[in-house]
Structures are given as structure tokens and as C-alpha cells.
Design a protein around this ligand. Structure first.
Ligand code: SHN
Ligand code: NAI
Length: 537
């Protein structure tokens, strides 16, 4: 038997008549209702399920046998009576009314037949044996579940979003298809299928954005006038940043990355002043230290004066407040701490009783752990001020974050000794930036999401899970460092004592939820007695 055209049909409100009310009719009715067809069942008796659907008002039921005239203005009819005489009359009438017919017990008289169906969300796999062996069709469908499991539903959904976006991003059809081809044939989809469900979308989006970016770079693509018109017009974006040199460097980096990803997008940087007088009139007095600049910039997001805030994740305490979200954690910079001296000594080579400048409890405690003889002096201000103070006050060294030095263009191996992350555990989120926006700002989400780096995000999430669980803040020497090797996330957490320099550490590895892994390490530290160190503020 041949000559079939497989079609996906949407029966929305189309009139369909089902003659017969047995178990086979019931199966057809179920399929029809799923497609929102306007169903009439004609049968003296019906199954329990059909009756319930009738009572619920989902279908019409004519409690009688088939009568000629039943197909009047009916485009589709299903006969499941099991009576050759009835089949014959139906076939004859359907030819006159141009009704397409399915006869459950006479494949050779069918205009169309129903396949066995496997659905994974919007992925629909159908199997048909052209009437030769419906049971085999059912078996093949069941076998297909092994290969096309649940995960496909998310993959299909995500590819759908990507494809929609690509129509805006990539005007040229060939280039667009090349991006799809790379995602689908070169392993990205296969890899996505091995990930936990909640990570699939993020993973594929990353791959997609990277392809879009590199394709544009390689071609040095220029928009033709027509392409420009086709491209969706995006509004101007305003990034909010603190005014320090480093903060501005970070904001400008984000600005540049976004402009590369979305040609023609206008982006301005607005400096948010962090003066005490502005703060006082907004009842922010209770938020101390680091949280202060973050809060102010978040307020600018809330009142709409900026669209995007660029934070150093190290400065962001706890979760985003309700109404805001950290939409992207870009690829993380070096997370290590650095000993800055005039001649690049390591901590071992420092003279006896070295004078070291730092105001961080975490750095102080760890310096004490390495060099119990060191004398810590407080030092504040931005990178430039601190380096100047080191010279003016003849300190032996100061402790700074590598990321800040690198971003500011100061890092120099001759003067700087970078600790390994294990010997000197970094602050939570050190070296990572966070892009925060209003939660309901769909357009900015779309624009900024391109910067999100899944690995960096997972690492930071683990570290923050750890910190939040300990309820640590900048007054307690807490540190954590997470890294990923062959998809496996490992986090090393630490709580230290400022006076003794004693460090308590714990670590855990896993592939599941990053935040939970951080919490696990925090729990372990609490069991080891971290609580007493945390209380001593
Ligand atoms: C021509 C067709 C017309 C149509 O109905 O559209 C048709 C006709 C007939 N089916 C019969 C029997 C069975 N049908 C099933 C099951 C299904 N039958 C379906 C479709 C079709 N069945 C169309 C062809 C599709 C194709 O060739 O692939 C499925 C795929 C879709 C659906 O109906 O929704 C659904 C699986 C749903 C699922 O995936 O679960 C089972 C198994 C079971 O129920 O477990 C049996 C018993 C075993 C056996 O006989 O093989 C008989 C003989 C009746 C008798 O012996 O008296 C006839 C008439 C004949 O062949 O003469
Ligand atoms: N296509 C398929 O997937 C399958 C088809 N079949 C065949 O389909 C037919 C129906 O199977 P079942 O639902 O199990 O049978 P069934 O005997 O349970 O149902 C027949 C239904 O038709 C109704 N009926 C009887 N005379 C009628 C008339 N003149 N007008 C309207 N309705 C009438 C009955 O009240 C009953 O509800 C059988 O011939 C069976 O061999 C069986 C299995 C699968």
C-alpha cells in the first residue's frame, strides 16, 4: 500500500464525526480532542471515557446509529463500528460530500490513517506501517523513547528560541543555516542532551551566541541597507557604573562586548555617584560597606535611569532583590590574590616581620597563616591610592586582587606575586562581573544574555551558595574558590580566624546543582566548628 502523504494537521475547530463508540473510537476521539477538533460521536453506545467527555461538554454525542446525511459539511470522519455494511454506506456518502474518511477495520478504504505517535513536547515522532502492522508501529514508537527521551523537549524548545532570534540577528539565510548546522550537526545538541535539564537551554544559547559572534567577526560583516531595515531596531541601552577607574574599565568592557554582539546598538555609560548625601535621603543607612554601592546602582535600575548594572560579583551580597536579576556572569577573570611589592618577592622571600597592607579580614588571616610574623596595617582606597600608600609608608607589600590589576593594565610579574588559589583562597566571586537588569525587561535580557558564560556562572553560584549559607559578610574571613574540570565542579571553601590565622577548609565535587554544592561545603565547615569563628566579629 502506498501513495500516502504524511502531514501534521491542526484540527482546531474543524468538524469531525466519529461513527462508533467503542475502544477504538475512544482512541480516535482522544487524539481529535487534543487537536481541539469540534467532535461529534454518533453511536447508540459509548465507552465510559467518551461519556465523561460528553458530560463535560467536550464533544457532542448523538445516541443513535449512523444515518445518511451525517457527513453533510463534515471534512473528516472516522468509522469504528466494525460492520462492513455501515462502512460501505459511509464510504459511498463520503465520496459525495468530499469528506475524508478513516475506517478502522478497512485500511484499503481509508483516505487517511493514523500513525503511532511519540511526543516529547513539540517533538512529534510518528510511525506508520501503511496498514501492514499497526502493532509493529506501536512497538517501534515504544523503542524510539530510548533514543528520543524527555530531554529532547527542552532541546527542541531552545532551538525554537534560537531560530527566532537568528531571524533578527543574521539577515543572510545561508549564514543563518550554517549556524543551525553547526549547532545541530557538530555536537552541541548531542552535548546538551547529556546535561541536566535545567542547564540545556543555557548551554545551547551560549554555543549559539558564540557562533553568531565569531561568524560576524570572521566575515567582518557589514549590513546592507536592506539588512539594516530587516533587523529589529533596538533601543539605546544605559549602563550604570561607579565612577572609579576600575569600575569604568569594567563597564566599558561590557559596553564593547555588547556592541560587538549587536551592531548598531547604542550604549551609554552613566556614572552613579556613591556620595553619602545621596544615600542618606534613601534610608539606606543600614546597608554598610560594599553593599552600599551595589544598592545605589540597583536603585537606579529600579527607577529606570539605567538599564544595566555592572557589578564586581565580589561586592554583591546575597541574591538580587525582587524585581532584578543577574542576567549574565561574563567569562571570569583571574580569581587569585596578589602580593604587590616593589620587586616581586614571594611571601616566603619577604624579610622578617614584614609590614603588609590590607583591610580585608580574609587576606589578613591568610597572610598570618602563611607568615605568622607578618604585621598587618589597614589600607583603603582604589588600586592607585593603595600602591602609592605602599611606597609612601614603606610597606613591604600590599594584597590586591589579580583581576583588578589585570583589568587596569597594572599586572606585572616583576612586582607582583600571584598566590595559588589553594594557598590563598580568594573571596567569593573574585574576578567575576555580574550584569544585573530589571527582571521584566525582556529586550535587555535578550541583549545582555549573550555575555553569560555558563562555566563562570556555575563557579560563582557555587561560591555564593557557600557564602550565603554561612551568612558571611566582609567582616568575617571567608573565602571560596570553585573550578570546573571535565564538567565536574569542585569547590573549596574556607573560614579562618584573624587572630591565629588558623584556616578551616572543606571541599566537594559534583555535576549537579552548583549552589547546592556550595551549601554542602558550608555545612561541612559548620560541622568542623566554623560557627565559632563566624561569631567572632
Ligand atoms: C489502517 C489503520 C487505520 C487507522 O485506524 O487509522 C489501522 C487498522 C487496523 N488496526 C487493527 C488492529 C490494531 N491496531 C492497533 C493499534 C493501532 N492502530 C493504529 C493505526 C491503524 N490501525 C492504521 C494503520 C497504521 C499503521 O499501519 O501503522 C495506531 C498506530 C494509531 C491509532 O489508532 O491511534 C494504533 C497504535 C497506537 C499506539 O501507538 O499505541 C493494535 C495494537 C494495540 O491496540 O495494541 C491492533 C491489534 C494488533 C494488530 O492487529 O496488529 C486492525 C485489525 C482489527 C482486527 O483484528 O479486527 C486494523 C484493520 C485492519 O488491519 O484490517
Ligand atoms: N484501527 C484500529 O486501530 C483498530 C481497529 N479495530 C477494529 O475497529 C473496529 C471497532 O473496534 P472496537 O471499538 O474495539 O469495537 P466495539 O465493538 O467496542 O465498538 C463498536 C461501536 O460501534 C457502535 N455501533 C454499532 N453499530 C453502529 C452503527 N450502525 N452506527 C454507529 N455506531 C454503531 C457500538 O455501539 C460500539 O460503540 C473493529 O472492527 C475492530 O476490529 C480494532 C483494533 C484497532
Amino acid at each position: 500500500m502506498s501513495g500516502y502523504v504524511p502531514m501534521m494537521m491542526r484540527l482546531n475547530k474543524k468538524k469531525c464525526v466519529v461513527i462508533g463508540g467503542g475502544i477504538v473510537a475512544e482512541r480516535k476521539v482522544t487524539a481529535l480532542l487534543e487537536s481541539k477538533a469540534d467532535v461529534t460521536v454518533i453511536s447508540p453506545k459509548v465507552t465510559e471515557t467518551i461519556r465523561k467527555r460528553y458530560e463535560a461538554g467536550s464533544l457532542e454525542w448523538k445516541k443513535r446509529g449512523y444515518l445518511s446525511g451525517d457527513f453533510d459539511k463534515i471534512p473528516f470522519a472516522f468509522i469504528a463500528v466494525g460492520n462492513e455494511e455501515v462502512n460501505k454506506r459511509c464510504r459511498w456518502e463520503a465520496n459525495k460530500t468530499n469528506t475524508l474518511l478513516n475506517i478502522a477495520d478497512q485500511p484499503d478504504q481509508c483516505d487517511f490513517m493514523l500513525p503511532a505517535v511519540l511526543r516529547q513536547g513539540d517533538l512529534i515522532l510518528t510511525v506508520c506501517t501503511s496498514g501492514k502492522s499497526p502493532m509493529l508501529a506501536k512497538k517501534i514508537k515504544q523503542d524510539l523513547i530510548q533514543t528520543y527521551g524527555n530531554a529532547y523537549s527542552v532541546v527542541v524548545d531552545t532551538l525554537g528560541k534560537i531560530r527566532q532570534d537568528a531571524f533578527h540577528q543574521i539577515a543572510n539565510q545561508k549564514n543563518r543555516q550554517e549556524v543551525f548546522r553547526k549547532l545541530i550537526y557538530d555536537g552541541a545538541v548531542d552535548e546538551a542532551l547529556t546535561l541536566p535539564g535545567q542547564e540545556v537551554e543555557n548551554f545551547l544559547m551560549q554555543k549559539y551566541w558564540k557562533l553568531v559572534l565569531s561568524a560576524k567577526e570572521h566575515r567582518g560583516e557589514k549590513d546592507s541597507e536592506i539588512e539594516k531595515k530587516r533587523r529589529k531596531v533596538v533601543k539605546k541601552l544605559i549602563i550604570g557604573s561607579r565612577g572609579s577607574r576600575l569600575a569604568l574599565i569594567q563597564a566599558k568592557w561590557v559596553q564593547q562586548q555588547l556592541q560587538e554582539a549587536h551592531r548598531g546598538l547604542e550604549i551609554d555609560i552613566k556614572i552613579i555617584k556613591t556620595k553619602g548625601d545621596i544615600i542618606l535621603d534613601r534610608t539606606l543607612d543600614k546597608v554598610g560597606g560594599k553593599g552600599l554601592f551595589v544598592k545605589e546602582i540597583q536603585n537606579a535600575l529600579f527607577d529606570g535611569s539605567i538599564d544595566l548594572a555592572v557589578h564586581s560579583m565580589k561586592d554583591v551580597p546575597g541574591e538580587s532583590p525582587e524585581g532584578l536579576k543577574m542576567v549574565a556572569i561574563p567569562e571570569r577573570e583571574d580569581a587569585r590574590d596578589v602580593l604587590v611589592t616593589t620587586d616581586g618577592k614571594s611571601w616566603k622571600e619577604l624579610r622578617e616581620k614584614p609590614v603588609i597592607g590590607t583591610s580585608s579580614m580574609r587576606r589578613q588571616a591568610q597572610m598570618k597563616a602563611l607568615r605568622p610574623d607578618s604585621q598587618i596595617v589597614p589600607i583603603r582606597g582604589n588600586i592607585e591610592t593603595r600602591m602609592q600608600k605602599m611606597k609612601d609608608q614603606h610597606m613591604d607589600g600590599i594584597l590586591l586582587a589579580a583581576a583588578g590589576l589585570i583589568r587596569s593594565g597594572y599586572f606585572n610579574e616583576k612586582h607582583h606575586f600571584a598566590f595559588s588559589e589553594e594557598e590563598f583562597i580568594p573571596a567569593v566571586g573574585q574576578g567575576a562581573l555580574g550584569c544585573e537588569i530589571r527582571e521584566d525587561d525582556v529586550e535587555t535580557t535578550r541583549i545582555v544574555k549573550v555575555l553569560d558564560d555558563m562555566e563562570s556562572r556555575r563557579r560563582v553560584e557555587a561560591e555564593r551558595g557557600f557564602l550565603n549559607h554561612l551568612e558571611g559578610d566582609c567582616h568575617v574571613p571567608v573565602g571560596a574558590f570553585a573550578w570546573i574540570e571535565e564538567k565536574k565542579l569542585t569547590i573549596l571553601g574556607m573560614v579562618a580566624c584573624v587572630e591565629t590565622g588558623k584556616r578551616l577548609t572543606a571541599f566537594a565535587s559534583g555535576e549537579g546543582n552548583a549552589e547546592a554544592l556550595g551549601v554542602k561545603v558550608a555545612e561541612e565547615l559548620l560541622e568542623k566548628g566554623a560557627a565559632s569563628l563566624l561569631k567572632r566579629k
